[in-house]
Design a protein around this ligand. Sequence first.
Ligand code: BGC
Length: 917
Amino acid sequence: MLSLYDLTVEQRTEPFGLDERHPAFSWKLRSEKKNVIQASYRVLVMDHAETVWDSGVVKSAKSIFVTCEADLKACTSYTWQVTVSDGTETAEACSSFEIGLMNGSVFKEHAGWITHSFPREETACPVFTKTFCAGRQVRKARLYATALGIYEAQLNGKPVTDGRGESYFAPGWTNYKKRLQYQTYPVELNEGLNELSFTVGKGWYCGKLGFDPTPNLYGDQTALLAMLMIDYADGTKEVIGTDDTWQVCTGTVRFSEIYDGETQDTLSETHPCTTAVSYEYGFDTIVAQENEPVRCLTKLQPQRTFTTPAGELVYDFGQNLTGWTEVTVTGSAGQKIVLHHAESLDENGNFYTGNLSFAKAQDVYILNGRKQSLRPHFTFHGFRYIKVEGLKEGQSAEFTACHLSTDLVQTGTFECSDKRVNRLQQNIQWSQRDNYLDIPTDCPQRSERLGWTGDATAYTPTAAFNENIYPFMKKWLRDLISEQTPQTGMPQVVPNIMGDGQSGAAFWGDAATAVPWTIYRTYGDCRILADQFESMKIWVDFITSKCGENGLWQSGFQYGDWLGLDAETNGLSEPRKGATDDYFAANACYLRSLQITADTARLLGKTEEEEHYRSLYDQVLAAFREEYVTKTGRLVCETQTAMVLALHFNLAEEKHRARIASMLKTNIEAHKTHLVTGFIGTPYACSVLTECGMHELAGKLLLQEQNPGWLYEVNMGATTIWERWDSILPDGRFNPANMNSLNHYAYGSIGTWLYTKLAGLEILEPGYKKFSVHPRFFKGIEWVKLSYESVYGLIRTEWKCQDGKIRLEIEVPANTSAVLTLPEKEETIELGSGIYVYEYDTETSLHLDRYSMEMPLRLMMEHPVGKAMMNQYMPEMAENKLIEYVINEPITALLAYAPQAQPLYEMIIAAMNASEQ
Ligand code: BGC
């Protein structure tokens, strides 16, 4: 039977307070029949019984982003119904949405900005209250609110929610001078007396921000703007807006800063109220919230409580996360409890806060003598461990970690036969959620937490698989536009708190082209390209304006291959950059951005602009080859990243590809099968290898357990992705570099390779309307399962190669098609929707023993079984001081000195492998 599900408006389910005059509808078809394609659809939009838009029956397969052509009214709830046919059956479903104010300046008619007149030195957060009487029966009530700062609202003592649970950090982070979001909440009033209250923290608006934490970046005073619109059952209306009849006092939150934490004094609940003060602030920048809000997604209990060697009482939640800790405790009145947050212990097992820069990450509670459950309101921390001070001997207290993130729908899952790779995938997903807190941040723990654009360029393709990031990125891309100027091209962080002193840097600025392109390809919404086209142009035109006579970008500041490991450590080079020539990388990225801009112009039908950017592309490419590729096909910069970029972005002539690919292989082998790439090279390295026929080598890099490598982190106990390949050194010490977070997602970009090359799912037509599945094998992974909830429906692919059989199962959602390449078969198969299973014989075995003669001696010496056997059978070797010179050599290399030891090594390796089974 044909049915419909997942009806969304602007990719959100039953959204409230949408300010799109012509919102776009999407739905998904489900059917157990094969080859189902939508033949026609009809959408009706209704305001109660009145039809405001009828698309009519449209013969089309379009089932995503169908835009409503009627002009919708502000503050109105609509239902919408869609009926589709696949040519034989029909299906119908309906859903709803509500339009917001449509124009933020409507606030002005009913409400005014209010603030407090606390003395300057007062750090407590203001609590604004209004008591009012709803004298008649209420039909519908909506609260619209925003603040300069961040707010939490309560109605009659209960948190105001959007109907789906509590949300935090409203109104979110934007450049408040240009865009200030308001939120819409459905509320239920008491018939009679009601009390509405708002606590407002400094948040991003006037709290301290940046690596040199600076307050008041947007203004120096918190303020509130709210209006409650009440429709009574008798047809009358009333609006309660913020004005100078509201009261303001200080409450229990005595201090709150995002980086430093929060202090609550629960003994100081009642403070004398004064009248709120009107505040001069405009209304013109107010826009509806576009993104899903931040919520608590999960709660974790401590897995272990212990006292460290330094005598600290520590709770371990077993997972590095972004959020805060809830404490439930009965204390004595006035008792002070302090919670410190950290991502890690140090090498001695003590609580480690050395990587928090200036962030204090500390919450302080003064208890009131009764049983209390407390949590902070206007701060968040990046932590796995808390250190608790102030508990009395024997006093019991419960601590729960609340994981906070923008509430996005999880769309992707990936699992395979190697549990270490599965932990890596979990780490990727954790770091994504941890850093998607209203904006895409770099890290959640130190005094930074900024919207670094380069991190977004590196990671967005992986993110778009894991969660439906459409609403999140739509909002952030509007932030990005709001921060661009032709003079600087692109800021390095969005929202831009660094001012216009810093202009666009390659790869970081490419977020302007690469992110919207990924969103378009993943979700199939061309409107995002139309919205971002001018922004793309600003960025590439900025670069063009910086190019010299040779047509290349070779001046100005660059981050380069950030955190790459191949730079000389001679004190002359920037120690945080890899060895790749800054401008080689910059021009490679420039070419990619030009290509996206030209492709976007084509899709938007902007022929002249397309021609302009295409011919510019050709000129820059020719100049690039002249400057950076020799006549015989060598690159003047032969780092891994340079070769990866040349191959990934097709920068060298076709005839030179093979040579560059082989140089890349040689380079990786010279690094003993390690990547030394930074932010620019890493996202594409494994994909390039697979595309150049070196999938097995890409697989070895994935499974590399020695530093640097993804599984090195996993083996070191990482529960999120680290900022540096070696954030924790092999001896357990923290990398002493001052910039060292354990929760950065850039290197999580390997996720894209897991999904597109190992599971083999790639987009052929935007939105996965058509996709390919091409699983590829390498030794060590015997099965893979992937699922992805696309805008058309669930895509699933599972392969297994075990016991002489290959089995592949693939699910193609209705209204899409797929091209399947079966492993070890030549032909490709075109598939319509449905579930398909293939099973056939093979001689291939993908089984791989974990330990082999290729492993470095160090691994054997560190493995419990290896170590014990070495002590037993070759004690002279274990104690030899010279061993440190060969400890990182593969065992095969050691055989040159002592071939007679081969059987002994083989025996130890066999025992090590047996111990893992
Ligand atoms: C951030 C990075 C960012 C970089 C810019 C760091 O402090 O954490 O992820 O991209 O600065 O170089």
